[in-house]
Structure formats: structure tokens, C-alpha cells
Design a protein around this ligand. Sequence first.
Ligand code: AMP
Length: 280
Amino acid sequence: MKIIKNPNQLQKICIDLLKKKKTIGLVPTMGALHNGHISLIKKSVSQNDITVVSVYVNPIQFGPNEDYNKYPRPIEQDIKICKDNKVDFLFLPTNEILYGKNFSTYVFNDSLSKIMCGVTRPNHFQGVTTVVSKLFNIVMPDRAYFGLKDYQQYVIIKQMVSDLNFKTKIIGCPIVREKTGLAMSSRNKYLSTNEALNASIISKVLIQAKKEFTAHKPIISIIKDIKNNLSKITDCTVEYIEIREAETLKEAKENTKNIVIAVAVRINKVRLIDNIVCKK
Ligand code: AMP
């Protein structure tokens, strides 16, 4: 595995690989890699000749009072995980090299960025779409792998690819969970053992909601039940509960067949998101 810090160098390598008709898979991450990330890496390795993983804690997707500085950065462990999983290139850019002095061009989805997580994190998705566009221009991947854990991000990236004519195919990968049901996340490191146990109830609440949806319970009642069930979790405050059309993230109606039920909560100070996709 080769570690590359310079985007121009990586771009040259990728141009050469594409000339040789090699297929390239890209897995963008912020590091602190866990089994969720590893599932994306494994899928890329199985579907492409070459896999590029980026580990970059992207400053422009964090709000002023968010955890940019304390975000976990176990880089030696991440390097080992990538090597062990047959990654070909690990891209580790610095802020200075990725966002030069006069950086002032952003990619922004004008509608999907403003709902759900976008309400409390107003610049977050602009940061995501901007850095992912840069990665797509550097690596020119045939496929890029995104977890359904960040469901809104996945839909926004798919929309961006369609709107801006990127050639990359977006592959959505299922949520990997702890045995308790808690969706794996680098931020779970911030939870105490007790908080993690409390947080694991979120997934059970979502499973219950899915059952209600398939049993044709009205959406408004499902939301009420989720709210009630989440309120029973110790130290849990709800940021949002949303039921939306799975493809477009438009608000679901009673006759919508494919939905995503998405929640954002805080367990004490730790913000967690989770979701479940349902069909009827
Ligand atoms: P992050 O490092 O948190 O930015 O995540 C990088 C990629 O891994 C994103 O596409 C995430 O959706 C995905 N990911 C993170 N956690 C999980 C998980 N538990 N299951 C599946 N994918 C995940």
C-alpha cells in the first residue's frame, strides 16, 4: 500500500491507472476506522482493480462549536487497517494542501442540505459536497462507497453526481452495527459504557417504527410513538424525527411506499444519527 499526501501526485497515478483500463474504487472517510468503514473498503476491493481510501478530517464540514479539534485521529491504526484490507493507495492530505490560501469555490446542494441534519448543521453538507467533489476530481473513481448510516449524505452525493455529471457510480452500503444494535460510528468513542447501552435502544425504536409502517399505521402516529419511546432513554434529547421518501427525501405521505425513518439525538453531549429504510 502506498501512502500519498499530495493530490497532484495521486491524480497522476489515477490518470495512468485509467489509461491502463484499471477500475478505481474510492472510499472517503474521516478515519478512526471501524467495521463500518471496513465493510465499504471490502466492497470496493471486491468490485475494483484498485482501491483508494482517503482519511481526512475535513474542517469545512464542522460547525464552530463542533468536535473538529477533538475528533479521534488514530492514524497508525488506520494505516494498519487499510494495509490489512488490501487498500492500494491511502490518501492523507493536509488542510494546507487541500484548501490553498485563496480557496473560495464551494459545491452546495440548494435544497437537500437545508433539511434534517442541515437544520442544526447549516454548513455541514456544503463542506461534504465540496470535499467529495475534490476527491472525485483527484481520483476520478469508477465507483465510490458511502454508508447508509449517513443516509442524507448518501442521497445528497447521488444528487450531486447526477446534477454535476460526475462519472462515478455511488454505491450505498448497509449500516454496520454493534451487537447491541448501536450503529457503529467514530463518535461512539465519546460515549461511556452506560451511555452506549442507552444509545443502543435507538435502533430498537427504529425497528419498532418499521413494524408499525409495514402494518400501515399512520405516519403521524409512528412519529408520536418514536418520540415517546426515545423519551424513555436516559439522558436522551431528540433533535429530529423524520419520515421521508427514501429516494428523494421529500416528506412521506400515507401512500409513500419506500421511506426512510431517520433520527438525530443527543445522549448527554454526544450527537448520534441513525435510520431505517422501509418498504410496504
Ligand atoms: P466518516 O468517517 O464517519 O465520515 O464515514 C466515512 C464513510 O463510512 C461514510 O460513507 C459513512 O456513511 C460510512 N460509515 C460510517 N459508519 C458506518 C456504519 N456503521 N456502517 C456503514 N457505513 C458507515
